[in-house]
Design a protein around this ligand. Structure first.
Ligand code: GDP
Ligand code: IMO
Ligand code: MG
Length: 426
């Protein structure tokens, strides 16, 4: 079997875009399976920087087919804008991008309801990306959502859209918001949907045929394990399964087809939005990890521009992720950022009410009082050399990488020391 998945092991933004782009050199098909335009996956090709939100990162490789699977919630306006932004920058997308006919549609009211619900939560808000992700998945589970197959017939779609817009405007009024203007909203959405009609496909049948024909399929996870609605820091999570199960239900491919599960681990920890973060730092160390915003890789959100919260590497989180996803290959990113420190800390356990544990607790209130137990490792304090193998890294950097491997009892497949394709040791 030639199906592999790639999953974030922390709270998102681990560098999935970069590693998908690298793995896509040996893939025929790249598939997004869950989430939506809340994702922001960056790929740097020379001086060109691509930020992908809905379109799989494989689009940057000529000849690679990209599929937006049934588990993704797809905003037609955002997708149209993203496609337009790629025109002339990547090989023609006609015939190599497919949108699942079973995927649910994110519509303008979902984004407004997302923002109004966040406003109502006040200080306890989740800090969502306001991309309408939660409200769209709510409609899906409530069994009243609009799926892309309904957009195949524009007249029927218009009727369905009008009645949903009326219901949504009633809901918006109840939440104290401004109702959407009916005609302008319909015109905007329908013009995008009409343009996107050719992409609508039965992607379940398509993907199974690809596998049968021996094509190599890569499932591109979005967000990260700790944002998973079951395994993450609930309720401060996203509304989908960001773990490997979501890759299966969100693509229609079967679990027995999976060969490798690649886990993405940033060399330190970041989180954007609210919720528990045991190894969070503030002050000068956090500022060094985050950067000032001058470099494209500094820790400011790709989707929202918000500064990301930063802290030391948390191996309790990483092991939780390795377990629930069955990760067998780990890719470490942003090791270069740690070159600034004399010494480095790695969290190996939590102390909660005097008890030590290395299992990730379910309860957000327990996490609030947990103290990280740290191991201190020496830093290397020099720029990392342009190397092709991990054995060429300075000794202290190789030690840091090896400590991660020994704690997780997993192989390290690659180490990144810069955003470019070539800044990767295997
Ligand atoms: P994703 O959501 O997991 O795809 O990650 P993002 O694109 O949101 O954030 C990762 C950022 O780190 C991007 O700006 C990447 O270009 C950058 N990046 C990836 N790997 C490395 C690395 O090894 N070193 C540095 N300095 N930047 C990296
Ligand atoms: P990528 O794929 C980092 C976070 C939001 C918020 C929570 C819920 O780029 O790694 P949502 O809009 O999904 O309802 O927000 O999840 N979040 C992300 N954080 N990277 C992402 O995606 C994220 N997608 C959602 O900040 O805390
Ligand atoms: Mg991101």
């Amino acid at each position: 079997m030639t199906v592999s998945a790639l999953i974030g092991m922390q709270w998102g933004d681990e560098g999935k875009g970069k590693i998908v782009d690298i793995l896509a050199e040996r893939a025929d098909v790249v598939v997004r399976c869950q989430g939506g335009a809340n994702a922001g996956h960056t790929v740097v090709l020379g001086s060109d920087v691509f930020a992908l939100h809905l379109i799989p990162s494989g689009i940057l490789r000529d000849g690679v087919i990209c599929v937006i699977g049934n588990g993704v919630v797809v905003d037609p306006v955002r997708l149209d804008t993203e496609l337009t932004g790629l025109q002339g920058r990547v090989a023609d997308t006609t015939g190599r991008l497919f949108v699942s006919d079973r995927a649910h549609m994110v519509l303008p009211w979902h984004k407004i309801i997302d923002a109004l619900a966040e406003g109502k939560l006040g200080a306890s808000s989740i800090g969502t990306t306001k991309q309408g992700i939660g409200p769209t998945y709510i409609d899906k589970v409530k069994r009243c959502g609009i799926r892309w197959n309904q957009a195949r017939n524009l007249d029927k779609f218009r009727a369905r859209f009008r009645s949903a817009l009326q219901d949504a405007n009633n809901m918006i009024a109840l939440l104290g918001g401004e109702p959407l203007p009916e005609q302008a909203t319909e015109d905007e959405v329908l013009s995008c949907v009409a343009k996107l009609q050719p992409y609508i496909t039965d992607t379940v049948a398509y993907l199974h045929n690809c596998v049968r024909d021996g094509k190599r399929v890569l499932l591109e996870g979005a967000q990260g394990t700790m944002l998973d609605v079951d395994f993450g820091t609930y309720p401060f999570v996203t509304s989908s399964n960001t773990t490997v199960g979501g890759c299966v239900t969100g693509s229609g491919l079967a679990p027995t087809m999976l060969r490798d599960v690649h886990g993405l681990l940033k060399a330190f920890t970041t989180r954007v939005g609210s919720g528990p973060f045991p190894t969070e730092l503030d002050g000068p160390e956090a500022d060094l990890l985050r950067g000032t915003g001058k470099n494209q890789w500094d820790e400011f959100g790709t989707t929202t521009g918000r500064p990301r919260r930063c802290g030391w590497l948390d191996l309790v989180v990483a092991r939780h992720a390795a377990r629930v996803n069955g990760i067998n290959k780990i890719h470490i990113t942003k090791l270069d950022i740690l070159s600034q420190f004399d010494e480095l800390k790695i969290c190996t356990a939590y102390r909660i009410d005097g008890q030590e544990t290395a299992d990730f607790p379910a309860d957000a209130s327990e996490l609030d009082k947990c103290e990280p137990v740290y191991e201190t490792l020496p830093g290397w304090k020099c720029d990392l050399p342009a190397c092709k193998t991990v054995s060429e890294l300075p000794e202290a950097a190789a030690n840091y990488v090896n400590r991660i491997a020994s704690y997780l009892e997993r192989d390290i497949a690659s180490v990144s020391y810069g955003p470019g394709r070539e800044q990767t040791a295997f």
